[in-house]
Design a protein around this ligand. Structure first.
Ligand SMILES: CC1(C)c2ccccc2-c2ccc(C[C@@H](CC(=O)O)C(=O)C(=O)O)cc21
Ligand SMILES: [Zn+2]
Length: 354
């Protein structure tokens, strides 16, 4: 069930997964509308349709990227299903019993293209995510310089945000899902090609989304799998309610810090012509590979504004999450291991605070 109008153009509605929670629409406004800046000021999500932020990148098809991305190495994640659940490598090494949800490869862009062709036939799905850095070719640098930095820089200053920490280039297969999680940075999520469905949940829904413990490799990720929610373990997930934006080329979605988001690559109705230069179309398996359709996005992560000098009460949901994180970290270090944090918190709370 979804309230209000859902954007209907460009993607195949059959590629929209049905979930158990109600969904409202995130406002989609022009950069000329003052309401955009009121929503950003209030740390509320909004889609800006004509910011021009990444117009210079709208020509980034795979052929252009192959030509100009340079010969650096790229992080490519592989998943045996369509979910790409992030995990922290260091923490994963510490807990032996942790089954790694995704595999990580370091490959050249051409190898990534080969993987795209070969993965067409295998179960494994792949997702490239690579920080845009100085290893990229001159043309990409030019396009990057031509981003609308005046527009985004003005917001960064007006909001008192910290520095831009990174821009991640994301190239995924249609059907790829980044499961619901939150990040501790402000994000201008920009869509270059293809369509992505972004489901957002406000930070005050922490108890509905049951994040893993902070010390867990999947810190900041929800334990709930939307496609098969375990209501016995996570009963409050019944109270979750989402806001949704379907972003297409040129759209920018403001994802406020601490807001939960799940991102799903939809099936595009007009597959892109990748203009792949004389790419050997016969893969090692000999099948004449045509590249499967992909989505391309780039995000802009900004460090948070410094905390205000005086705390206003009642504290915000974001501040509540930050306090809980600090308590979990403090207890894990005070007790020497994260395993006893739960027991100690129950001892503190049971019969005393509840
Ligand atoms: C799933 C993946 C590839 C991954 C694997 C391993 C480590 C990190 C990440 C990572 C980080 C960010 C994104 C982009 C976006 C979601 C989306 O567009 O899919 C998002 O969440 C954001 O911009 O905040 C995607 C990924
Ligand atoms: Zn994220």
């Amino acid at each position: 069930m979804s309230y209000g109008k859902r954007r209907r153009t460009g993607y195949d509605p059959a590629s929209i997964q049905e979930y158990t929670f109600p969904i409202e629409n995130i406002p989609r406004l022009s950069a000329r509308d003052p309401e955009v800046y009121r929503l950003i000021q209030a740390s509320r999500p909004v889609v800006i349709s004509d910011s021009g932020l990444i117009n210079s990148a709208l020509k980034w098809n795979l052929g252009y990227l192959q030509e100009n991305l340079g010969d650096g190495s790229f992080h490519v994640y592989g998943s045996k299903d369509n979910r790409f659940k992030y995990y922290d490598e260091k923490r994963a090494k510490q807990c032996k019993s942790f089954p790694k949800p995704v595999k990580r490869y370091e490959v050249s862009f051409n190898d990534f293209l080969k993987m795209l062709m070969e993965k067409k036939n295998t179960r494994e799905r792949i997702y490239l995510q690579q920080m845009l850095n100085e290893s990229v070719g001159q043309e990409i640098v030019k396009d990057y310089v031509d981003f609308n930095w005046d527009w985004v820089g003005r917001i960064q200053n007006e909001q008192g945000w910290g520095p831009l920490s990174s821009n991640l280039l994301l190239i995924g297969l249609e059907g790829n899902i980044t499961p619901v999680h939150y990040d501790e940075q402000e994000n201008f999520f920009s869509q270059i090609s293809g369509y992505k469905r972004c489901l957002l949940f406000s930070p005050d829904q922490f108890e509905n989304l049951y994040p893993h413990p902070v010390a867990h490799p999947c810190d900041r990720q929800s334990q709930v799998d939307f496609s098969k929610p375990d209501f016995e373990r996570f009963p409050k997930f019944r109270n979750a309610r989402a806001m949704e934006a379907i972003v297409g080329p040129g759209d920018v979605l403001y994802i406020p810090m601490y807001w939960w988001h799940q991102v799903e690559s939809l099936k595009s109705l007009s597959p892109i012509d990748h203009k792949l230069r004389d790419f050997s179309t016969t893969t090692s398996s000999g099948s004449s590979g045509d590249i499967p359709p992909v989505t391309v996005s780039v995000n802009f992560w900004y460090r948070a504004a410094p905390l205000p000098a005086t705390v206003k009460f009642p504290i915000s949901a974001q501040q509540r999450v930050s306090v809980m994180r600090n308590i979990e970290k403090l207890l894990a270090s005070a007790l020497g291991s994260a395993d006893e944090v739960g027991k100690l918190l129950s001892t503190m709370v049971d019969g005393r605070y509840n």
